[in-house]
Design a protein around this ligand. Structure first.
Ligand code: ARG
Length: 659
């Protein structure tokens, strides 16, 4: 059997459904002519309240169980459970009352807030019932079930309910966190996720768009992995297009002995340009190039050999970037789907979904004005065909529950078409399988124009990463860190800062928007940057060192020390730390990773506030000896560091102990 939380949740959901259908029945029985169609209604009411009672007991036990599990608890979600129940009890006539519980921005108004009463009043008004939202709020508060979370509530303004959390609850959760480490919330069933990201094109340079996809996609994978999903990271490289015809034809001319010796094509870009020029200018070459594509796609060994040679040169280039950024990804390019593409076209054909259009075979999908082209007039397949085949393979063979594509937003319409076609032919039901394009904006230079080198060329990624390394070393030397750190420490810090900053600069913006690439901004150690967070993190870590506490001492202290959270800043920090699970839950829903960056920044600044006003370690000014250690506060430092470390891990940033 599963764990108690999962079991209880399942039972709970069943019960809630029962209640809902009962309320609906009651609702239907009531008519203007017969406002109380008893005795059936009375019977139902009785049954209903019995069910609610049982539900309550179940919920309470659910919370008890939660407190004793190793998982972190999503406080917002727990509050929503509690308020959902109170709202249902207060207003049974509304079966779709909105549930709005959110963290409070201003601490003086409480920790969380429920804003449902106002919209409920609106909804009742639409039904011809006039009620003051404040009255509804009062009713909700009266109907709150017993729970361990809430200390008190207050009604403010037109009907806001301010929620104050119980200190003992927060303190217990923090102790759990310290004893068990940062554990993901419980997962009902292990789902399979495919993330299609990075995906550069062979023989072409990887550009900044691919950099964005690589950074964002990797972080999404890390999030899913932490939450316990089974993640397949796929590199859908462009390795099967017409460009290979010209590349192979050119290779045959330039390195005729390529079958026995490895030709030195170190600069594939230049090689690509040469062959493209010939393709455009020499009719005979062009003819041969087309022939090469056909022979490659029918997998003639000699052509596969040439193709492999070219792919390997590209692969080595890509790998340099992946090594810098510590990216692990499985290459499964367009070529992988060759046989499947043939089958997919057949499937559409058999279902009568193909149309002819000037020698091409196209597919129209409902609600889409543009068709997909699945076979070109020369018989070749397209980007559309390979994506249809890939999607089918991911659904039927990988048995994915979630499939995400990370590319620039320019490809949104392509994916819309592919998804629409797949649904039309019945490969998946969007209610069951989540298939999503996670698009992102373009990278701009500091002049707000498309990111280019001074000479107007696209920026090579390795040049960019190397420049990052140089700049980060300059920064470290500016701060005289080279005088304090060992050579190895300095190099580790340099890489951590350079690559951390590049990743964070990308991730901290809403991915939908364009973003301006600026080394100066990302390496600034003030503001919401990786540089700032990395420094903040090492500072927190150094506090424990200052007090001469090692991990075993801290672990033991976590078990025996009650976190009182008396000081206002301790309380604020404690609550901030515990918001981690709700942040991750939100990202799971909208795939917007900047929420995590915003949270880490808020955590770091909240920590600073705490550290500025709460002594953790007191030292003798003269001797430098430690006089007093406030263990409670040391533990808060530990908890902050643990959450920050996990946040960095999800963002793919490598923190260092000393920098
Ligand atoms: N190779 C494509 C490009 O560079 C991206 C591929 C994205 N993945 C996909 N399944 N279409 O634009």
């Amino acid at each position: 059997m599963g764990d108690p939380v999962t079991d209880y949740t399942a039972r709970l959901q069943q019960q809630e459904q029962e209640i809902q259908s009962l309320s609906a029945e009651i609702h239907n029985l009531k008519t203007p002519q017969n406002p109380s169609p008893s005795p059936r209604l009375d019977e139902l009411r009785e049954e209903n309240s019995r069910l609610k009672y049982r539900l309550n007991i179940l919920k309470r036990s659910l919370q008890d169980v939660s407190l004793s599990t190793k998982s972190m608890i999503n406080i917002n979600q727990q509050l929503q459970l509690i308020f959902a129940e109170a709202i249902r009890a207060s207003c049974p006539e509304l079966d779709d009352a909105p549930l709005a519980v959110t963290p409070n921005q201003q601490a003086k108004f409480g920790d969380y807030q429920c804003n449902s009463a106002m919209s409920m009043a609106q909804m009742l008004k639409a039904k011809g019932i006039k009620v003051n939202p404040r009255e509804i709020a009062e009713k909700i508060v009266l109907n709150l079930p017993d729970n361990e979370l809430i200390q008190k509530t207050e009604i403010a303004g037109p009907g806001f309910i301010n929620i104050h959390l119980k200190r003992t609850f927060v303190s217990k959760l923090l102790s759990n966190l310290l004893m068990n480490g940062v554990q993901p919330p419980p997962l009902a069933n292990r789902k399979k996720v495919v993330v299609d990201f990075s995906s550069p094109n062979i023989a072409k340079e990887m550009h900044v768009g691919h950099l964005r996809s690589t950074i964002i996609g990797d972080s999404m994978c890390r999030l899913f992995e932490f939450l316990g999903y089974d993640v397949l990271r796929l590199n859908h490289v462009g390795d099967w297009g017409t460009q290979f015809g010209m590349l192979i034809a050119h290779l045959q001319d330039k390195f005729p002995d390529y079958l026995t010796a490895s030709p030195p094509i170190s600069d594939l870009q230049a090689f690509y340009k040469e062959s493209k020029k010939r393709f455009d200018e020499e009719a005979e070459f062009k003819r041969r190039a087309y022939q090469c594509v056909v022979r490659l796609q029918s997998k003639e060994p000699e052509f596969i050999k040439a193709w492999n040679l070219i792919c390997n040169v590209s692969r080595r280039e890509f790998q340099k970037v992946y090594d810098c950024l510590n990216i692990h990804i499985l290459e499964r390019g367009e070529s992988f789907y060759q046989e499947l593409m043939t089958q997919v076209v057949k499937e559409f054909e058999e279902r009568g979904l193909l149309q002819w259009d000037e020698g091409r075979r196209i597919v129209f999908c409902p609600g889409q004005s543009v068709p997909l082209t699945v076979v070109k007039s020369d018989g070749g397949f397209t980007y559309d065909t390979s994506d249809l085949a890939a999607l089918r393979q991911r659904i039927y063979e990988e048995k994915a529950d979630v499939i995400i594509y990370v590319t620039d937003s320019g490809q949104a319409s392509h994916f819309q078409l592919v998804f629409a076609a797949a649904q039309m032919i019945g490969w998946y039901d969007p209610q069951v399988t989540r298939v999503e394009h996670a698009g992102f904006g373009v990278v701009l230079g500091e002049d707000k124009k498309k990111f280019k080198t001074r000479s107007g060329d696209t920026v090579r990624l390795m040049d960019l990463l190397e420049e990052g390394l140089k700049r980060s070393m300059d920064k470290l030397k500016d701060k005289d860190r080279d005088k304090v750190l060992s050579h190895d420490e300095l190099i580790t810090a340099q890489r951590s800062v350079a690559f951390g900053c590049i990743k964070y600069a990308d991730l901290c913006h809403n991915r939908i928007n364009d973003y301006v690439f600026s080394f100066d901004k990302m390496l600034d150690d003030r503001g919401n940057t990786a540089a700032y967070l990395l420094y903040a993190f090492t500072r927190i870590r150094s506090i424990a060192r200052l007090a001469n506490l090692d991990d075993t001492v801290l672990k033991r202290a976590a078990e025996s020390t009650e976190l009182l959270l008396d000081h206002e800043k301790e309380w604020k920090l404690g609550k901030c730390i515990l918001r981690f699970p709700e942040i991750l839950q939100k990202i799971l829903e909208d795939l917007l990773l900047h929420t995590l960056c915003d949270f880490l920044y808020e955590l770091a600044t909240t920590f600073t506030e705490f550290y500025d006003s709460c002594y953790c370690v007191e030292k003798d000014r003269q001797t430098g000896e430690v006089i007093k250690v406030n263990m409670c506060r040391m533990l808060l430092c530990e908890a902050t560091a643990a959450i920050m470390a996990k946040g960095f891990e999800i963002l793919g940033i490598n923190p260092v102990h000393r920098m």
